[in-house]
Design a protein around this ligand. Structure first.
Ligand code: LLP
Length: 418
């Protein structure tokens, strides 16, 4: 995080607070967000795009961190919000986000979700397919702004599961079918077709690919709005190089000047690049085992940090209570779930770890909490936001009670039978 440092005892601090203090107060595993750095990063997008292309809007791709505390920050910083389902809609509304600033995405929206979105006055729906148009024809009772997701045919240079704009993508319609869907929307009295949307993928480090996407989307036609999606990659490891927000915006806006109509509204939807670097995850070391490998095992794992198994994500780790000690060992930093793929870092360079140490995994702000699950009965971690020496809990830790709640029917039946 931007607001991190090391105190006189060699302890990592975030937002001015030693992580040992946060561990004592909130327990571990714990997601910690540098709220000052987070808000600064949002301003880089919002101010940066507005300066370059005034008729524009930045949407927070909330799937990267669908947390009420984060929706609130997004609202306060003037972001619009991309939601991908009824659940994210509920979370956004609970934070007080204006429904008019919500954009509803997804390739398989149900009637119930569309009805919920329409009833609260959703800003725009990003239509994915013609079945969705059939649903909307049935459900619309008043005018509704719509965008259409198109397949740009840009193969993003990223992990295969993070590429979404290639010709074979399940998201959106190919250009020829898109034109038919646009005709349909234009012919409908309640469908206010505003323009097109694309998203080529996530963790993209080559900004040329965004320019390519802008060029491709311009071939769909002349519209009021072009949403060019999210996907800007971030620096995860010491070895990574990632573009700055400014370099990314320069590239997109240069392509827009060349290919899009002058008065058009441009939207972008960053998720990862807003939240990833503001967040870290704090774990307790429960065991250190030296067999042929050194296994440093922590009190979390793929249940709260699935991305290593899902996308081979690389993270940097530090022993947070002894940050200044030199690295002496390359270890397998592993979790506690019952899978060999339950790995946090394959080959983490650390000082000799001991039980009782605290490990911080860096750059975990995006796609961690949201992918958390209850594998092996694991409980979702708590989330704290920190800044200027203060901390505040934004999501409490899941409890065994929470875990048992869904099973009330079976628990009641078991109690009655015994
Ligand atoms: N817009 C749309 C329509 C999206 O589907 C996404 C991400 C974004 C924007 C934001 O992209 P970002 O700026 O965060 O790259 N499960 C993967 C990430 C999947 C991203 C899904 N879509 C992972 O854990 O790495």
């Amino acid at each position: 995080p931007e607001e991190s440092g090391v105190d006189a005892n060699g302890v990592l601090t975030i937002g001015g607070i030693p992580v040992t203090e946060l561990a004592a107060q909130y327990g571990t595993p714990l997601h910690i967000f540098d709220e000052v750095g987070l808000r600064r990063q949002i301003r880089r997008f919002v101010d940066g795009l507005a300066e370059r292309w005034p008729n524009s809007e930045v949407l927070f791709a909330s799937k990267s961190l669908p947390v009420v505390g984060m929706y609130r920050v997004a609202k306060e910083e003037g972001l619009s919000v991309d939601i991908a389902g009824g659940g994210e809609l509920q979370l956004a509304l609970a934070a007080g986000v204006d429904p008019a600033k919500l954009h509803f995405h997804g390739n398989a929206k149900s009637d119930a979700e569309l009805e919920m979105a329409l009833s609260v006055g959703i800003g725009a729906i990003i239509v994915d397919n013609e079945d969705e148009l059939d649903r909307l024809e049935r459900l619309l009772t008043k005018p509704q702004a719509l965008l259409l997701r198109v397949i740009p045919g840009v193969e993003a240079e990223t992990h295969a599961s993070q590429a979404t704009g290639g010709a074979k993508s399940k998201f959106g319609l190919p250009m020829d079918q898109a034109l038919r869907a646009i005709e349909r929307m234009n012919a409908h009295p309640l469908m206010e077709f505003e323009g097109v949307h694309l998203h080529i993928g996530s963790q993209i480090l080559n900004t040329r690919q965004f320019a390519e996407a802008v060029e491709k989307i311009s071939t769909a036609g002349t519209f009021a709005t072009y949403d060019v999606g999210g996907g800007l990659g971030v620096k995860y490891t010491y070895a990574d190089e990632a573009p700055t927000v400014d370099a990314y915006l320069d590239e997109i806006v240069a392509a827009a000047r060349e290919h899009l109509p002058e008065g058009a509204r441009i939207m972008i939807e960053p998720g990862r690049s807003i939240v990833a670097r503001a967040g870290v995850t704090l774990y307790d070391v429960l065991s250190v085992k030296r067999t042929g490998n050194t296994f440093v095992a922590v009190n979390g794992g793929m249940a709260d940090m699935l991305d290593v198994a899902l996308t081979d994500q690389r993270f940097e780790a530090v022993i947070a209570n002894r940050v200044t000690e030199p690295w002496t060992e390359s270890v397998q930093l592993v979790g506690r779930q019952c899978e060999s793929g339950d790995l946090l870092v394959d080959g983490a360079e650390l000082p000799a770890a001991r039980t009782g140490d605290l490990v911080v995994l860096a750059t975990t702000g995006a796609y961690s909490y949201t992918l958390a699950n209850n594998y092996n009965g694991a409980l979702r971690p708590a989330i704290v936001f920190v800044g200027e020496g203060e901390s505040r809990l934004v999501a409490r830790r899941e409890t065994y009670e929470d875990l048992l709640r869904l099973h009330a029917p079976a628990i009641e039946a078991a109690a009655a039978a015994d």
